[in-house]
Design a protein. Structure first.
Length: 411
């Protein structure tokens, strides 16, 4: 009597697979495609999540900023998806003064922004430019690190500090350096500093291309776009020992009073790192689940292909099954052979899909796409692909095991 163990069944199944028809390998390709999608999507989602959390470490719990739009209420967010628009407003110097008087606020930095025409040598482009108080560089010193030169002081004018990409890539082969003269809307600005290259890839590309100049210069450049004493953003750094949520609540009350609105229909938002982390995390989680479900369906479709291949294999190997049963193979042995074979097809598809997925991620990294491969996902991919193979092979294996050896030998 033949009593097969897992090793025997594996060797038998592998030998048969190596000599099997093109159909088996086409089935493996079906699994490979599903696994590639699963590996790439989950790894990119994990990578984006990691990069965002890493960026949030620079924007810690002691920092917050104010924007002239209602984005932090559920109603405001929902309206942007339902066809309505969240409330827009404006921020003014009186709002800055009110925030500065709140207990727990250490420093406040104002920012104005707009598009400007930039000229260097014989080239001209259009780009966003930020006019800011010098305090913004103190608040985000861990994020905006100077590589060359220095940042400006509040008393300076007609000077500019550039992000790494703005200095090195904005004008192609012509690179800006400390001492270079950059024309902005026809006015000469001297470059006094260049920031280090950001490490966040695509997520920090916008910051790498940033162009900062003193606040009053920004107001002069964008005077026709701003109301009197208007600012676009207000950045806040908190003093030690204060509860960020309490400070936020006080700021909201003061700004609501300034704008003559209630907190339910406010036209501004005080944004904290906790809010950003939670909102982005929720979006990424939802997106990851949807995409993962899509890739899982693709892999299940591959499993249906495995089932089809195993059904055909049973029909093609009826005589082989009859011989095995005639020399003592039990129903358990026959089931083990076919289930192992289908599991092997799924596992091979998983391995090949994983390797190709990693190669795709490696290439994508060169384009600034972040990714992170976690061990739990690696184990899940292999278990899932093998599991799909096992499930797909159950019915064909059972059919093979139930065959009458005499009838099978007549085939």
């Amino acid at each position: 009597m033949i009593i097969m163990n897992i090793r025997d069944a594996f060797e038998y199944a592998l030998k048969n697979l190596m000599s099997s028809s093109l159909r088996s390998w086409l089935t493996i390709i079906g699994v490979v495609i599903g696994v590639i999608a699963m590996v790439v999507i989950t790894s990119v989602a994990e990578g984006v999540n990691y990069e965002i959390n890493d960026l949030m470490s620079a924007f810690g719990p002691d920092k917050m900023f104010v924007v002239p739009i209602n984005i932090d209420s559920a109603q405001g967010i929902a309206s942007s998806f339902s066809g309505g628009m969240p409330a827009f407003g404006k921020l003014y110097q009186r709002d800055v003064d009110s925030i500065s008087a709140v207990p727990g606020v250490d420093t406040v930095a104002r920012i104005v922004t707009g598009r400007a025409t930039l000229e260097f040598k014989d080239k001209q482009i259009s780009s966003a430019v930020y006019g800011s108080d010098s305090e913004v560089f103190e608040q985000f010193g861990d994020f905006f690190r100077i590589e060359k030169g220095r940042s400006y002081t509040s008393s300076e004018s007609r000077v500019v500090v550039l992000g790494y990409a703005a200095a090195n890539d904005m004008f192609g082969k012509d690179k800006l350096d400390v001492g270079s003269i950059l024309k902005i809307n026809g006015k000469d600005f001297r470059v006094i500093g260049v920031f280090e290259k950001q490490e966040g890839g695509a997520l920090t590309a916008h910051d790498d291309a940033a162009i900062f100049l003193p606040l009053e210069d920004g107001r002069e450049l964008f005077g026709n776009q701003l109301a009197k004493n208007e600012v676009n953003f207000i950045y806040i750094d908190l003093a030690d020992g204060f509860d960020p949520e309490e400070v936020k609540a006080t700021i909201e009350d003061k700004l609501a009073s300034n704008h003559k609105v209630t907190l339910d229909d406010k036209d501004f938002s005080v944004v904290t790192s906790e809010f950003i982390t939670k909102t982005v995390g929720d979006i990424l989680d939802t997106l990851s689940r949807i995409l993962f479900a899509v890739t899982a369906v693709a892999t299940v479709v591959g499993g249906i292909g495995i089932a089809n291949t195993m059904f055909m294999s049973v029909l093609e190997r009826v005589r082989e099954i009859g011989i095995l049963k005639s020399i003592g193979a039990s129903e358990r042995d026959i089931q083990l052979i076919f289930i192992t074979e289908s599991a092997l097809i799924g596992l091979l598809g998983g391995v090949l899909g994983f390797v190709i997925g990693i190669a795709i991620l490696y290439v994508a990294e060169g384009f600034g796409i972040p990714y992170l491969i976690r061990i739990r996902w690696v184990l899940f991919v292999f278990a899932f692909s093998a599991g799909v193979g096992v499930i797909a092979g159950l019915i064909p294996a059972r059919n093979a095991a139930k065959m009458d050896p005499v009838d099978a030998l007549r085939q």
